[in-house]
Design a binder for this molecule. Structure first.
Ligand code: UD1
Ligand code: CA
Length: 468
């Protein structure tokens, strides 16, 4: 089998992140760093993935999808030791190439991974390290080359001389290895470690495999990636914020180059799994997170929050929150609307200020202009819902659905006590509390008749009302 595979190292504790979660689940643009690395691995065409877990292993295993193998590193003895745990996985891909990636460097991109593989294959390398030049190399492993530019080895910050510390080309922590060469190098790393003098660092550096392979006269190369972002990792929340800002700018640029208008980027955060059509305008304070698709010619914001939703063409979402729902073409929504999970909003609907929709289908051309709650409901189409209406969906024990058929007109301040059906073209009188189904074309009046008590004020009022 000639399937290339990937090992992602994710056993680190991330003490400096000060989090109760594993470090690799810290988020960049609302997406865990580990998911960035997994997605980019897949984008580069590698499907067989093994994640090495350690600290809070359970939560990583449950987080990952089932197609990904995991292996536990019981003691965290360094990156070399972490890869040793995956020996069987490597052996199963014996004649292929193995990509090793760090779970805490989310901005490694598919293009760099693929280009490095091309070079790796063309040069018949035993190992190819993805490197980049950075302004501040502190903390990274430095790339040591000979006079001709050939890669010699990688030296870690703590072992580097002052001259080596001045080198700005650093190790990204991403490598391609020939599977057999990696197994040989790991074995030698283990032997060398056993023979190392007592007191020396108990860590196994994966970076040492480069010098080991070079000594065996096998070819090793450093592939200089186009962008310094490939190396950037986050060990604390300050670095995490820096990664967020870099990724945020990259995403905004991607959308602008696709024809999306972002006249002012203030407070706009767009996750990496968002697609937006041309001629859509994104206004300040808007956040689009998770898997979101927005069509063409929409206006999103100011201050919209859209999560895991589908939005059609020509939609306006002004100061609106929309989660796990879909909104069809031409809908005009907001300001101050909340669309909760499980809702579908039909084409050319108008939903206005202070309306909440939950787990409801709102059919095309429907108007819900102000101050209403529509939950667990099926509103067929072309319905008019007046101001201040509520579907009363919860008995305190169970939830029930409300059905409002085509062309119905729900008067202001109507309560619809579910389960209840309002027929086609039916009306409800303002202020009604409707407990029974209303037939097609009927008017339901469900309120006490008004009584005017003549001269009540002069007979009952004990004293004159005073202005205070
Ligand atoms: C490592 C590299 C360094 C490189 C840098 C890039 C080594 C020795 N150094 O340093 O050359 O410039 O990455 O980011 O490899 N991990 C495990 N098990 C362990 C230790 C680490 O799974 O026992 C995982 C961590 O969760 C992390 C990754 O390996 O995702 C890198 O480990 P980390 O300790 O962050 O290495 P760096 O010091 O950043
Ligand atoms: Ca790191």
């Amino acid at each position: 089998m000639k399937n290339n595979c990937a090992i992602i190292l994710a056993a680190g504790e991330g003490t400096r992140m000060k989090t109760s979660k594993p470090k690799v689940l810290a988020e960049v643009l609302f997406k865990p760093m580990l998911d960035w690395v997994v997605d980019r691995t897949r984008q580069s065409g590698v499907e067989d993935i093994c994640v090495v877990t350690g600290h809070l292993s359970e939560s990583i295993v449950t987080h990952l999808d089932e197609g990904i193998e995991t292996i536990m590193q019981h003691e965290r003895l360094g990156t070399g030791h972490a890869v040793m745990q995956a020996k069987d996985f490597i052996a199963r891909h014996g004649d292929a190439n193995v990509l090793v990636l760090a779970g805490d460097a989310p901005l490694v991109d598919a293009a760099s991974i693929s280009s490095a593989l091309k070079l790796h294959k063309r040069a018949l390398n035993a190992a190819t390290v993805i490197s980049a030049k950075v302004e501040n190399p502190f903390g990274y492993g430095r790339i040591l080359r000979d006079r001709d530019g050939a890669l010699l080895r990688i030296v870690e910050e703590r072992d580097a001389t002052d001259a080596q510390k001045a080198i700005t080309e650093v190790n990204s922590g991403a490598y391609w290895f020939k599977a057999q060469a990696l197994l040989t190098a790991l074995e030698q790393l283990q032997t060398a470690h056993k023979m190392s003098p007592p007191g020396k660092s108990k860590e196994y550096y994966l970076t040492d495999t480069i010098a080991i392979l070079a000594k065996l006269n096998l070819d090793v190369t450093a592939f200089d990636a186009r962008t310094s972002h490939v190396v950037l990792g986050a060990n604390d929340r300050v670095q995490l914020a820096a990664l967020n800002e870099i990724a945020r700018r990259e995403e905004l640029n991607r959308h602008m180059l696709n024809g999306v208008s972002i006249p002012c980027a203030d407070g706009i955060i767009i996750g990496p799994d968002v697609e937006i059509g041309a001629d859509t305008l994104i206004l300040p304070g808007s956040i689009l997170r998770g898997k979101v698709t927005v069509g063409t010619g929409c206006t999103i914001g100011p201050n919209a929050l859209i999560e895991n939703s589908f939005v059609g063409n020509g939609v306006c979402l002004n100061a609106t929150q929309c989660a796990e729902s879909s909104v069809a073409d031409g809908a005009q929504i907001g300001p101050f609307v909340r669309i909760r999970p499980g809702s579908t909003i039909g084409a050319c609907t108008r939903i206005g200020n202070f309306v909440e929709i939950k787990n409801a289908n709102v059919g095309a051309e429907t108007k819900i202009a102000h101050l209403s709650y529509i939950g667990d409901a099926d509103v067929v189409q072309d319905v008019n819902i007046g101001c201040g209406c509520a579907t009363v969906n919860y008995t305190g024990k169970e939830k029930h659905r409300t059905v409002i058929k085509d062309g119905a007109f729900i008067g202001c301040n109507t309560n619809l006590i579910a389960p209840v059906t309002i027929g086609k073209d039916a009306y409800t009188a303002a202020g009604s509390t409707v407990t029974e189904d209303v037939p097609d074309n009927a008017l339901a009046i469900a309120r006490a008749r008004q009584v005017n008590k003549k001269d009540w004020v002069s007979t009952k009022k004990p004293y004159k009302r005073q202005n205070v």
